[in-house]
Every structure is written in structure tokens, then in C-alpha cells.
Design a protein around this ligand. Structure first.
Ligand SMILES: Cc1cc2nc3c(=O)[nH]c(=O)nc-3n(C[C@H](O)[C@H](O)[C@H](O)COP(=O)(O)O)c2cc1C
Length: 160
């Protein structure tokens, strides 16, 4: 049976929603799936948190993350998700990918954004772990309005 790990970071829950829909879609397809929320130990709340977050992402900074429950080496595919911050991946996902890059064989990327598109996000990921099988970029509004389900189902069909 195929084993897939979905690892994601989410500051305000939008990326988490996408990860959860993916998880349920994979369960429907009889895939063994685990989901891991990457937790940034740095407080990203509030206006100041937002400004520093954007700055850190733009500067390609790493951060401290909580211990993970699953290791990518134990899975056939890693699905990795992040919000777009200042056109880049989040420090938490950068830190995660740098830490586990040697364990990652096949990966799929997704991001959520506020309208600016993926920008450099997928290229940031490529620089660390190489070319993905597939990518998906979703606008936050579309997710809030619940119009993201078909995009996700098609995406899952494409990678299986
Ligand atoms: C610090 C920060 C910077 C952001 N920069 C961008 C950006 O450059 N382009 C964009 O389209 N959206 C940007 N956004 C919007 C988020 O990518 C978008 O709302 C995302 O869906 C939030 O995901 P989350 O709820 O999982 O944290 C930014 C949000 C934050 C907090």
C-alpha cells in the first residue's frame, strides 16, 4: 500500500484546510496517509509578528521548529504545503526541508496565497529538494469560499 506524508505550516489555518482535504481525499483512495503540522517556535501573531514573518521569509531565514512525529524516509511521497510569505516559503518549511532533505525522495508541493500567486515559493522548495512530481497553488479566498475541493481532488488523482 502506498504511504503518503502531508507536512504543512499554517499561521491562520488556510493551508491546514487544504492539507485536511488532501488527507481525506487520499483516505478515500485507500492510501495510508499521515499528516504533520510543522510548528514554528517563534511567535508569529499580531501586526509585528506579521511584519517580522514577511521579513524573515524574504531574507530566506530559518527558524526553530517543534520535533516532528513522522520522518519522510518512511513514506513513498511527501506532500509539502506552505503559505506564501513575501513571495517565498515560510521559515518553518524552509527549516523542515533543510533538516529532512536527505530523507525526501518524491515530493509534491502546494501553497496558499493572497492573490500574488506562488511567486518564488516553489522555486525555493526546488532549490532545497529538487523537482516535484506536481505543484498546486490556491488563493486563500477560494479556500474560504469552499471552492477549492475540485482542484484538490484533481491534484490527488494526478499524483496517484
Ligand atoms: C507575513 C505574510 C506575508 C504574506 N505575503 C504574501 C505574498 O507575498 N503574496 C501573497 O499572495 N500572499 C501573501 N500572504 C498571504 C498568505 O499567503 C495567505 O493568506 C495564506 O493563505 C495564509 O495561509 P495560512 O492561513 O495557512 O497561514 C502573506 C501572509 C503573511 C502572514
Amino acid at each position: 500500500m502506498m504511504k503518503i506524508l502531508i507536512s504543512f505550516y499554517s499561521r491562520t489555518g488556510t493551508t491546514r484546510k487544504v492539507a485536511e482535504v488532501m488527507k481525506n481525499a487520499l483516505i478515500e483512495k485507500d492510501v495510508e496517509v499521515k499528516i504533520e503540522e510543522i510548528i514554528d517556535k517563534k511567535n508569529r501573531d499580531g501586526k509585528i509578528g506579521y511584519i517580522i514573518a514577511g521579513k524573515n521569509a524574504l531574507m530566506k531565514k530559518k527558524t526553530k521548529i517543534e520535533e516532528v512525529s513522522y520522518h519522510p524516509e518512511n513514506f513513498d511521497i511527501l506532500i509539502i504545503g506552505t503559505p506564501v510569505w513575501a513571495g517565498n516559503i515560510t521559515p518553518a518549511i524552509r527549516t523542515y526541508l533543510e533538516k529532512y532533505k536527505d530523507e525526501i525522495d518524491l515530493a509534491v508541493f502546494f501553497c496558499t496565497h493572497g492573490g500574488g500567486g506562488e511567486s518564488n515559493t516553489f522555486n525555493n522548495m526546488r532549490e532545497i529538494i529538487g523537482e516535484p512530481l506536481k505543484v498546486l497553488s490556491l488563493k486563500d479566498k477560494k479556500i474560504e469560499e469552499g471552492k477549492h475541493l475540485n482542484d484538490i481532488f484533481n491534484f490527488i488523482d494526478d499524483i496517484l
